[in-house]
Design a protein around this ligand. Structure first.
Ligand code: PFF
Length: 452
C-alpha cells in the first residue's frame, strides 16, 4: 500500500496512549469481578491453567491480528472488514464479522453496565462504614438485600450508562487519555495492597493453592469452553473493540510489542484479584463458587477488618468503576463509529441511539436477579444467557473468523507489511494463527456441542 489510510475519527497521540487505552479496555470487570467467580465455580487451579494457555495460544495471536486489521482499514469494523476483503479479492460478506461484533458489544454492555452499577452502589456502601468489622454473613446479607431492590439497581445502571455515553460522545481522546494514565497504576497499587492484606488472613496458602494447584479432577466439562471464552472476553477480543482502537493507532508503533504488554498487564490484574479474594473467602468460611456476587461478598469483609478500611474500600470500588468505565466505552465505540460512517449522524446522536437501546436491554439483567429470578432457560437466567451467548459463543467465533481472515484470506504481503515483525517471530505467529488458533477454538466448540 503506497499511502497508509487515515481514520476520520482521529488518532491516539502516541503508541503509549494506544497501549494504555487498549489496556483500559482489556482490564475491567472481567478481571476483578468475573475471573475470580468463574475460577471459583470451575474448581480453581486447573481452570486457571487452561485460561492462561488460552491467553497465550489463542488470545495473543488473535489480538495481533485484530489490531492489524483495524490499523490497515481505519474504519468501523464492518467497513474495515468489507474494504480489506475486497482488497484481498474475497467476498464482501466478511463484513458480517463486524456486524456480529457490534451486536456482541451491545449485548455485553447491557449487562456490563448493570454490574458496574453494583460497583457504583458499593462505593457509597463502603464509604458509609457499614462494613466495619463485618463478617461474611453480614456482607452476604447486604448484597442480597441490594440485589432484591430492582429500582436501586436500575438507578445505578442508568448512572453508569450516562457516564459511559458522555465519554463516548466527547470522543475517546477528550479526557479519557488522562484518566487512564492515572487510574490504571492506582488500581494496580490498590490490588497489591489487598494481596498484602490477604497474606495476613491466615488462609493465604489455602487461597494460593486453590488458584495455582491444578487439580484436574475438579475440572468440569464446561470449564474449557468457559476458560476460552473468558480469554477472549478479558482481552476484549472477537468483537471489534480492539480493532477500532487499532484503527486509531499510529502507523509506526509495533503491534506485537503492544499486544504483549496489554496481555501481560491484563493477566497480572486478574491473578492479583484472585490472590486478593480467595484467601478472604477461605478465612471467612465463604463459598468460592458463590457466583457473580463473589467480589461483593468477600472484599467488604477484608476492608471491614483492616485499618483505614473505609478509605481503602471506597477507593477500591471507585477504581473498579473506572476500570469498568474504560472497558464500557470500547464496547459501544464500534457501533457508534458505524452509525457515524453509514447513517451520516453526528457522534452525539449516534451515542444517544446506541446508549438508550443498551440501557433498555440492561433492564432484563436488572430484573434477572430479582423479579425474573425464576425465569430460566437451560438453567440460566436472563443475565446468564446473555453472558453465555456473548462470552462463550460470539466472541470465540468472532476471534476464529478474524484468525481465518488474517491467516488465510488476506494477501500475505499486506499482513507482513502491516505487522512489520521480523523473521522467526513472524513465522511463528503466522503458523499459530493459521493452525493452532482455529484448531483450538474448533475443538473446544465441537466438544461443547457434544456436551449440549
Ligand atoms: N475486557 C473487558 C473486561 O475484562 O472487563 C470486557 C470487554 C471489553 C469485553 C470490551 C469485550 C470488549 F470488546
Amino acid at each position: 500500500m503506497a499511502q497508509p489510510r487515515v481514520s476520520r475519527h482521529g488518532e491516539w497521540s502516541s503508541r503509549w496512549v494506544f497501549i494504555l487505552a487498549a489496556t483500559g479496555s482489556a482490564v475491567g470487570l472481567g478481571n476483578i469481578w468475573k475471573f475470580p467467580y468463574i475460577t471459583g465455580e470451575h474448581g480453581g487451579g486447573a481452570f486457571v491453567l487452561i485460561y492462561l494457555l488460552c491467553v497465550a495460544l489463542v488470545g495473543l495471536p488473535v489480538m495481533m491480528a485484530e489490531i492489524l486489521l483495524g490499523r490497515r482499514g481505519r474504519q468501523s469494523p464492518m467497513n474495515t472488514m468489507r474494504l480489506l476483503a475486497e482488497e484481498a479479492g474475497a467476498s464482501p460478506r466478511w463484513a458480517w464479522v463486524g456486524w456480529c461484533g457490534v451486536l456482541a458489544g451491545f449485548l455485553i454492555l447491557s449487562y456490563y453496565s448493570v454490574i458496574a452499577g453494583w460497583a457504583l452502589a458499593y462505593v457509597v456502601r463502603m464509604a458509609s462504614g457499614i462494613f466495619i468489622g463485618a463478617d461474611g454473613q453480614l456482607a452476604q446479607a447486604v448484597f442480597e438485600r441490594f440485589l432484591a431492590d430492582p429500582e436501586a439497581v436500575l438507578g445505578w445502571h442508568t448512572l453508569f450508562m450516562v457516564m459511559t455515553m458522555v465519554v463516548v460522545a466527547r470522543g475517546v481522546r477528550g479526557g479519557l487519555e488522562q484518566a487512564v494514565r492515572l487510574l490504571m497504576p492506582a488500581l494496580f497499587l490498590l490490588l497489591l495492597l489487598l494481596v498484602g492484606y490477604a497474606m495476613t488472613t491466615g488462609a493465604f496458602d489455602q487461597g494460593l493453592r486453590f488458584l495455582f494447584n491444578p487439580d484436574f479432577s475438579r475440572l468440569d466439562p464446561a470449564a474449557v469452553l468457559v476458560a476460552m471464552g473468558h480469554a477472549f472476553f478479558t482481552l476484549s477480543l472477537g468483537m471489534g473493540a480492539i480493532m477500532i482502537y487499532g484503527s486509531y493507532m499510529p502507523q509506526r508503533a509495533s503491534i506485537a510489542g503492544a499486544s504483549l504488554a496489554i496481555a501481560v498487564a491484563d493477566t497480572l490484574v486478574a491473578l492479583l484479584a484472585g490472590m486478593a479474594i480467595f484467601p478472604v473467602v477461605y478465612a471467612n468460611g465463604l463459598e468460592p463458587g458463590a457466583g457473580p456476587g463473589l467480589l461483593f461478598q468477600t472484599l467488604p469483609v477484608a476492608f471491614g477488618q483492616m485499618p483505614a478500611g473505609v478509605l481503602f474500600g471506597t477507593l477500591f470500588f471507585v477504581l473498579v468503576v473506572f476500570a469498568a468505565w474504560t472497558s464500557a466505552i470500547s464496547l459501544i465505540e464500534p457501533a457508534v463509529t458505524w452509525l457515524v460512517e453509514n447513517r451520516g449522524v453526528r457522534r452525539l446522536t449516534a451515542c444517544l441511539w446506541a446508549g438508550v437501546a443498551t440501557w433498555l436491554l440492561g433492564i432484563g439483567t436488572v430484573l434477572s436477579f430479582n423479579l425474573w429470578k425464576e425465569f430460566t432457560l437451560f438453567g440460566l437466567n436472563f443475565f446468564g444467557l446473555l453472558d453465555f451467548l456473548t462470552a462463550n459463543l460470539m466472541l470465540p467465533l468472532g476471534g476464529l473468523a478474524i484468525a481465518l481472515f488474517v491467516g488465510w484470506v488476506m494477501r500475505e504481503r499486506d499482513v507482513a507489511e502491516e505487522l512489520a515483525l521480523k523473521g522467526g517471530l513472524y513465522r511463528l505467529w503466522r503458523w499459530v494463527l493459521r493452525y493452532v488458533t482455529p484448531v483450538a477454538v474448533g475443538i473446544v466448540f465441537l466438544h461443547s456441542v457434544e456436551l449440549i
